[in-house]
Design a protein. Structure first.
Length: 395
């Protein structure tokens, strides 16, 4: 865990006895082995799903010491017509990205696992004709941010599920924050020509990503109304906009939600808070889903080192709960849902349970991949359906 992250946890101590919701999921008889890849689940909503990619540049902000503009790639997930004959979209939209991942040792995965993603096809169809919006107001919209060093493609299962329930989802590749190629083919990942933040680097980074979230909502809503600027034309109701993210992207989502932003509500998937939210709250409805290892079946530690490590993790968990209780108190009555999902790990909120399960080995992630996926998606849908008013009716 980053030192700034730990410092943030130490600073925030709860002065309030605020209940933290804990979803208790019964673990299977035997813990998951996390050795076998399985197909991504089929979306359960009433809409088919289309997917496309947009590129644009924010010329007012720098990406790095040598890049004085900010190229932004956005993957667009949207409700589509069920009669579409468009081709099923590939999991990896840029084949050269796989070469870069192999060279870089992406997520410490072996090259065979990475190369195999080239054969995966999604249920979503590329540039499929969009479904008719349920009202003249247009579609509800969610902006989504990946975790630090993680490619946006690794949230496909969750994002196409949200789109199938009537949301347009804008998944960002934060430049030099995830793992992506810019339109020229240049690799943008953390540590490559990064900006230098002289003080509180994680807080500065979260603020940069939060600005990306706001810029993407505004710019993409305009692009999708212009037929010449996009392969599909969609009307987004930006008065019903939410923002969500995983890990550092979740921290950015909370930051992006703060007034006077256009976002109505925000969700953080297992990201520690950074920035103004720590001291002032978000001021908008928030949902925080936290991983919670299930150690009930673990044997007692056999040596003092393992015992000490277990105590440290337990202490970190108590600090984490205390931090979120303090932030909920700062909300001053505005909705603040903190939910711990027992039997999950940090990468449970991505495609890892299906596409690179080794990331969940040994972390107490006992819930089955499909159960993890549906639990997380159901929590997000319940929250945003209530937080964004006048939810469209399903067809």
């Amino acid at each position: 865990m980053h030192p700034d992250h730990m410092a943030s946890l130490r600073r925030a101590r709860s002065l309030f006895a605020l209940a933290v919701a804990c979803v208790i999921i019964t673990s299977p008889a035997a813990a998951q082995e996390w050795t076998t890849r399985t197909p991504l689940p089929t979306p359960t909503g009433p809409f088919a799903v289309g997917v496309g990619t947009l590129h644009f540049t924010d010329s007012t902000r720098a990406t790095s010491r040598s890049m004085r503009t900010r190229p932004l790639t956005v993957q667009l997930w949207y409700p589509a017509r069920r009669s579409s004959v468009a081709e099923r979209a590939p999991y990896v939209t840029e084949p050269a990205l796989l070469d870069a991942m192999v060279r870089d040792g992406y997520l410490d995965l072996d090259s065979a696992t990475i190369r195999d993603w080239a054969r995966v096809r999604l249920v979503a169809r590329r540039d499929a004709p969009p479904a008719a919006a349920p009202s003249a107001r247009g579609w509800r919209v969610l902006v989504f941010s990946h975790g630090m060093g993680v490619a946006r493609m690794h949230y496909a299962a969750l994002l196409q599920e949200l789109a199938s329930h009537g949301y347009v989802v804008l998944a960002i590749d934060h430049p030099i924050g995830g793992f992506t190629l810019d339109p020229s083919g240049r690799l943008l990942r953390p540590g490559v020509d990064s900006l230098h933040y002289p003080a509180r680097p994680m807080i500065s980074l979260v603020r940069d990503w939060a600005i990306d979230d706001a810029v993407v909502l505004r710019r993409v809503a305009a692009l999708l109304r212009t037929p010449s600027a996009s392969r599909v034309t969609l009307h987004l109701d930006t008065t019903r906009a939410g923002v969500a993210g995983h890990s550092l992207g979740g921290a950015a989502a909370l930051q992006a939600c703060r007034p006077p932003s256009a976002f109505v509500a925000c969700a953080d998937l297992d990201g520690a808070p950074f920035g103004d939210v720590e001291t002032e709250g978000a001021g908008k409805p928030i949902l925080v889903l936290l991983s919670e290892p299930d150690r009930r079946r673990d044997p007692p530690p056999r040596d003092s080192a393992k015992s000490a490590r277990r105590r440290r993790f337990a202490a970190m968990g108590r600090e984490r709960d205390s931090t979120w209780s303090a932030i909920c108190a700062l909300q001053r009555g505005v909705r603040c849902d903190i939910v711990k999902l027992r039997g999950t790990g940090h990468f449970s909120f991505s495609d890892a349970p299906f596409q690179f399960p080794a990331q969940l080995r040994g972390v107490g992630a006992t819930m089955s991949p499909v159960e993890m996926h549906h639990t997380i998606a159901r929590r997000l849908l319940d929250f945003f359906d209530h937080a964004l008013p006048d939810a469209p009716s399903s067809r």
